[in-house]
Design a protein around this ligand. Structure first.
Ligand code: EPZ
Length: 408
């Protein structure tokens, strides 16, 4: 019961912080969430020479990238967070070279960077790959060109937009990712003096400019965090209003909650869920690049279907190994059956029971917390550091809504 306000979107903050590398004068970002991953990307750009000043409230950060002193991202930081690879585009644009350790895959899949590298080569960069480093350099600078992404990769689209923002001439990206986080990055870069058109569609046009200046920016709200709390209310029952949840960023999730029989009210300034937690109907979901159902909501929505009446089919088309939460949910009495890397059947059960479980990854961990909210008894969830990478104070937020969670 009650109201919750979500933080700024992790997946917008990370590329935007990487984008501050492009400016020759300071930028200021407001309402930055206090997350592990934000700390990591800040360490990466500090190691490149960016001066970072946090205000006392700590949610306003100034990034001064007027002088960059290095073009190599430290191995141990890239290993910790693959999104560090997003500094390659800005470094190529600003310094004409970058050396970054090959980002490992992670729990949810191999997550190669071939589309990033192919696009950088098209822009005129030379790429060398040693055993575990990628070295890119463009001695004559980057030249605008036509780029077609074989898959609408979010990271590749972001890296290419940043590289092309200071390339010579025009770049057109076709089959670009359309996520709201891409739009927010383009908004920030345009405020810095870039010339980017079409972000949010699958064709993005960039006119390179010789220099970018700092800008002030407030990042969009986190649609995945918002969606997670909407599902918490739908499963546990109650009346929850998620402030600053933008309905247009959550259309597929809202549509599926309504299809399952949940009352969802979309307001101008947020989304409200009213639910008894009973009589949930089974629904099928299929994850797709935006504007399709978000892969980052797949695990949370699966937790919701475990207590639905009937069988739901969950199809994951974006990542090849994003069902590791299934066996953990089954420990709590759920009946999920992984048919293949991409299909899982969920036979709804009357109720879940408490169990000792382990978070397999960020969104899988969030799914276990949602299941534990409705599982009878006290559950124990291990490795919650995964969850803390993407959710600021999740136990405080949920306890304010009536949950009973204690971080050990
Ligand atoms: C971003 O990852 C998000 N992370 C992910 O959120 C999100 O799941 C993903 O986009 C899809 O929406 C950040 O923004 C920091 P992709 P990214 O490149 O950019 C394949 C979370 O939970 N691919 O769109 O790495 C790749 O293997 C995280 O917050 C290539 O084959 O995602 C994957 O199967 C998890 N070659 C698919 O594309 C490439 O060069 C989507 O990857 C790049 C990607």
């Amino acid at each position: 019961e009650g109201r919750v306000r979500v933080s700024s979107a992790k997946n917008a903050v990370l590329p935007i912080i990487a984008g501050t590398l492009l400016a020759s004068t300071p930028s200021k970002l407001l309402e930055i969430p206090n997350l592990e991953d934000v700390g990591t990307i800040c360490q990466v750009i500090e190691s490149l020479g960016v001066k970072i000043t946090r205000n006392k409230a700590d949610d306003e950060i100034i990034f001064d990238a007027s002088t960059l002193t290095a073009t190599e991202a430290p191995y141990e930081l890239v290993r910790k967070m693959r999104a560090s690879f997003l500094v390659m585009g800005p470094l190529l644009a600003r310094k004409g070279e970058a050396k970054i350790s090959m980002p490992g895959g992670c729990a949810i899949g191999a997550r190669p960077i071939d589309l990033h590298l192919k696009a950088f080569e098209a822009l005129g960069a030379k790429i060398e790959i040693t055993e575990d480093y990628v070295y890119a350099h463009a001695p004559e600078g980057l030249k605008g060109t036509q780029i077609y992404l074989d898959f609408p990769s979010v990271g590749a689209t972001e890296n290419v937009i940043m590289a092309a923002s200071m390339a010579e001439g025009k770049t057109v990206i076709e089959n670009a990712a359309e996520e709201p986080e891409i739009v927010d990055l383009a908004t920030f870069l345009n405020a810095m003096g870039a010339n980017i058109r079409g972000a949010g569609t699958n064709v993005i046009r960039i006119e390179g400019v010789p220099q970018l200046h700092g800008a002030i920016h407030t990042v969009i709200p986190d649609r995945i965090e918002a969606g997670t709390y909407l599902i918490a209310a739908a499963m546990a029952g109650g009346d929850v209003f998620v402030e600053n949840a933008l309905p247009e960023h959550l259309k597929p999730v809202v549509a599926k909650l309504k299809e399952a029989g949940v009352t969802v009210e979309e307001e101008i300034d947020g989304i409200r869920v009213i639910s008894t937690g009973k009589g949930i109907k089974a629904v099928d979901i299929k994850t797709l690049p935006y504007p399709g159902f978000p892969t980052d909501m797949q695990a949370q929505f699966m937790a919701f279907t475990t207590i639905a009446e009937g069988t739901s089919t969950v199809t994951e088309t974006v990542f090849e190994n994003r069902f590791m939460h299934c066996k953990e949910l089954n420990k709590m009495g759920a009946d999920t059956q992984v048919i293949s890397n991409h299909i899982c059947k969920v036979n709804g059960v009357e109720k879940l029971h408490a169990a000792k479980t382990t978070c397999p990854d960020l969104r899988g961990g969030a799914a276990l917390i949602l299941a534990a909210l409705v599982g009878e008894g006290q559950s124990e969830i291990n490795n919650i550091y995964h969850v803390e990478r993407g959710y600021e104070n999740i136990e405080g937020v949920l306890n304010n809504l009536g949950a009973d969670m204690t971080k050990i």
